[in-house]
Write a protein that binds this ligand. Structure first.
Ligand SMILES: Cc1cc2nc3c(=O)[nH]c(=O)nc-3n(C[C@H](O)[C@H](O)[C@H](O)COP(=O)(O)OP(=O)(O)OC[C@H]3O[C@@H](n4cnc5c(N)ncnc54)[C@H](O)[C@@H]3O)c2cc1C
Length: 443
């Protein structure tokens, strides 16, 4: 019995791992020439660094569980510092305590000089989904939205709060209830006691995909784009490979772990309602530009976020050599910047040299003098992050209903219920479990 997983990102690999450890043979078909999707290691200035995702939320178990299951526990580390700043009104300003940008300490907010908050309005949560911008502005004013919530959410979704769904992107804000600021203060007080928020791996989280793929029972084929998926009397027939040389692969069941546009194409025939809903999910393209410098003096802290209203080129900078001990041990300064947001495709039409020089100019404005980098790498992420726009969870329910009606078919990945690494791992594992529990496949 064999299951095909379409897409070798973390969601597909987590699904494959769940099936393989249950004794099922798994074939992972990955369209590109490497595994990992948005996780990727690369060389910058002689250092091996993450050029995509670089940290794992430790407050959810799924990421660390998988890391442990594939034997990477001894490399787990936590950030040396998570003190971040907001670069606004011409200075780097320490971020006051917040819950996803909702101020938890009005005095600290006022002292930071980041944003001016009017007297908070206490309003019941709306019954239907609304945009994060509408929700926050109505209760705490536009400045809190623009200079705290927007940059924080921009860091996760590379999107715009006036389109992003409150329910899908910030359930923790929705859960604060009517009195946001008081509840945020209580939430922060409870959270400080419960251990580190993030984890990473010495050598980069980009090591995880290969370690998972190494599991017994998982076969991986790279450069194997899946073009169609059709039900047969016995299971599923996939067409795979370049259009000039298509081959067929027969399997008992299939898990589609590709991003929404590819999933929509693959499901068009067998689950058209799902395909239609998936086609409506937009993606943001972005780029991560990593600089390695000698002898740079940068402030302490993990980096800064920039409110888009301030019109800078970069939207965030992480001082990786401050944040991760194993990067700092290199003796060099490593700074990673991100650029690009949903709907902002023109930005990425600049060539690599221009992206890097504009990002470096912003870093110099924020940090003061910086020496020329000894190396820099621009990693583009076209279609990097799905946009959970207002109504997203309704679309996801449509996909789930439509897919559930088709035996031997599952979907998983960042397009559905969370874009972070633990969330996509959970999504992959759940898809695998549904197949196992439905008895469509036997070990
Ligand atoms: C720049 C960046 C930084 C991020 N940083 C973090 C972070 O620090 N922490 C965090 O938790 N999250 C982070 N994220 C989010 C997180 O990394 C991703 O949401 C998650 O890894 C996506 O996993 P996935 O398996 O759903 O999709 P992907 O990683 O997109 O994998 C899908 C795979 O499917 C393949 N594929 C597509 N179509 C086909 C086809 N037809 N046939 C075969 N294969 C196909 C693709 O090539 C790809 O490899 C970041 C995202 C980006 C873009």
């Amino acid at each position: 019995m064999r299951v095909a997983v379409v897409g070798g990102g973390m969601a597909g690999l987590a699904a494959a791992h769940e099936l393989a450890t249950a004794g099922v043979d798994v074939l992972v078909l990955e369209g590109s020439d490497r595994l990992g999707g948005k996780l990727r290691l690369g060389q910058v200035g002689g250092l091996t660094l993450d050029l995509g995702a670089e940290s794992v939320l430790a407050r959810r178990p799924e990421g660390l569980d998988l890391i442990s299951a594939v034997g990477l526990d001894d490399r787990v580390v936590h950030p040396e510092t998570i003190t971040a700043s907001i670069w606004t009104h011409g200075a780097l300003r320490a971020m006051p305590p917040t819950v996803m940008g909702i101020p938890a300490d009005p005095e600290a907010l006022a002292a930071s000089g980041i944003a001016v908050m009017p007297e908070p309005r206490i309003l019941p949560a709306p019954e239907h989904d609304v945009s994060v911008a509408d929700f926050v502005t109505e209760r705490l004013g536009r400045d809190v939205l623009d200079r705290l919530v927007e940059p924080l959410l921009g860091g996760v979704y590379a999107g715009h709060t006036d389109q992003l769904s409150l329910r899908a992107t910030t359930p923790q804000i929705a859960a604060l209830g009517d009195d946001l600021v008081t509840a945020a203060a209580e939430h922060r007080a409870a959270a400080t006691a419960s251990g580190p928020v993030f984890a990473g791996l010495v050598g980069g989280v980009g090591q995880l995909p290969a370690a998972v793929a190494d599991t017994d029972g998982i076969e991986v084929r790279l450069s194997s784009t899946v073009r169609t998926a059709t039900r047969t009397a016995e299971g599923w027939r996939l067409t795979v490979g370049p259009t000039t040389d298509v081959e067929t692969v027969d399997v008992d069941a299939v898990i589609v772990a590709a991003p929404a546009p590819a999933a929509a194409r693959l499901l068009a025939e067998e689950a058209p309602d799902a395909a239609f809903a998936l086609a409506a999910i937009d993606y943001a393209s972005m780029a991560i530009i990593t600089f390695v410098l000698d002898d740079a003096v940068v402030p302490e802290g993990s980096g800064f976020l920039v409110p888009p209203v301030d019109g800078t080129f970069i939207k965030a900078a992480t001082v990786s050599s401050n944040k991760w001990g194993w990067v700092g041990d290199s003796g060099r300064t490593v700074i990673r910047t991100s650029v690009g947001r949903a709907g902002d495709a023109t930005l990425l039409q600049h060539d690599d040299g221009e992206l890097a020089s504009r990002a470096l100019a912003d870093l110099r404005s924020a940090f003061g003098t910086l020496p020329d980098p000894v190396d820099q790498v621009v990693q583009r992420w076209g279609g990097g992050l799905p946009q959970y726009d207002v109504g997203h969870l309704d679309r996801v329910e449509t996909v789930e209903r439509s897919v559930a009606a088709v035996p031997g078919l599952e979907v998983c990945g960042a397009a559905y219920r969370g874009v972070g690494i633990p969330a996509v791992i959970a999504s992959g594992r759940a898809a695998a479990r549904r197949l196992l529990d439905a008895g469509t496949i036997e070990a």
